[in-house]
Ligand binder design. Structure first.
Ligand SMILES: [Fe+2]
Ligand SMILES: [Fe+2]
Length: 205
């Protein structure tokens, strides 16, 4: 598969940088961050599996996303181990606005649906990588090192989703750049506008 943006970095598709207010809140509420992060890894695995079920005829996609789902579950296990080590108890919480906000601007009929799901996956992974990069120098050990490692994994996942989106667009003659502009615009609002819930992908308080 050709990869015109193979060396792409997350900042290339994100239209706004995470505000300092969110980073400061994350450092202060790192326990809540970790609990929400646990859910994000589980959701990342389940999203990859859902795509694998939705597009079984796409052999390249199913193989790549099967591997991705396993890697995200491994992250889930690592976060859970860290929570045990740091004595952070699990707590149920209402989902934040981020995923629902992105879903609200995604199209639901094919072939647009597939393209939007893959581009949304690329944006979520890119935002995760960007936030891990910001947190790695700010959080205490052992979170700093762990988030430093995850930054690279999530950047790789962003590149994978973007490549799959480009392939899906090419197969069906769709304009992925135009769709990315719309979805990235909404993503930037969700990540930067004041938010009354603190989450891994929330806006600043
Ligand atoms: Fe992950
Ligand atoms: Fe990921």
């Amino acid at each position: 598969m050709s990869a015109p943006l193979g060396a792409a970095v997350p900042q290339q598709i994100l239209l706004a940088e995470t505000p300092e207010g969110w980073v400061a809140a994350a450092c202060e509420h790192w326990r809540e961050l970790l609990v929400d992060h646990l859910g994000c890894e589980k959701k990342a695995a389940s999203t990859a599996l859902a795509l694998l079920f939705a597009y079984p005829e796409d052999g390249g996609l199913t193989l790549a996303l099967s591997r991705l789902a396993r890697e995200e579950l491994r992250h889930f296990e690592q976060v859970q181990a860290l929570m045990n080590e740091l004595k952070v108890p699990f707590a149920r919480a209402k989902p934040g606005r981020y995923a629902a906000g992105l879903r609200a601007v995604s199209r639901t009929s094919e072939p647009d649906r597939k393209l939007d799901l893959l581009l949304t996956g690329a944006l979520i992974e890119a935002r995760s990588a960007e936030r891990f990069a910001k947190l790695t120098s700010r959080l205490p050990a052992p979170l700093d090192r762990f988030y430093g490692q995850l930054q690279h994994s999530e950047a790789r996942h962003f590149q994978l989703y973007l490549r799959l989106a480009q392939q899906a667009a090419q197969d069906r003659g769709l304009n992925w750049r135009a769709r990315l502009a719309v979805l990235a615009g909404r993503e930037a609002e969700l990540a930067t506008q004041p938010d009354d819930q603190f989450r891994f992908h929330s806006g600043p308080p």
